[in-house]
Unconditional design. Sequence first.
Length: 142
Amino acid sequence: MESFFNIIIFAAGFTIIALASKQIGQFFAKAQLPLITGFLFTGIIAGPYMLGLISIETTESLRFVDEISLGFIAFAAGNELYLEELKSRLRIITWVTIGLLVFTFSFCSLTVFFLSDFIPFMREMPVAGRIAVSILAGAILV
């Protein structure tokens, strides 16, 4: 009997969160933001670190729902992109992407190289080894 009561409470809580998510999503849509932003915002509010409607133990047991939901979130976010709108900006997107890639790689590689005296396993390496590790770290951190 107690487990049945817990299921009813859980279903009622889920229904309330789902309805709130729909309303908050529509509010975000009026602000020219995707619906998914409102859904994510509702999840953050209902989560264990804000209102605590969902406990930390529950979030750990719902890991499979989290993994499946990420696929749907990615699909919904991709659905907001329109190829016709992106075609006119493709050149800008390409240059920004290349710029970020080059800057991130260079900055991270140089930072690791200049801090190599403070990294224990790199202290005894020759300069060529430090450069190799720095380039590898830069590639990983991109």
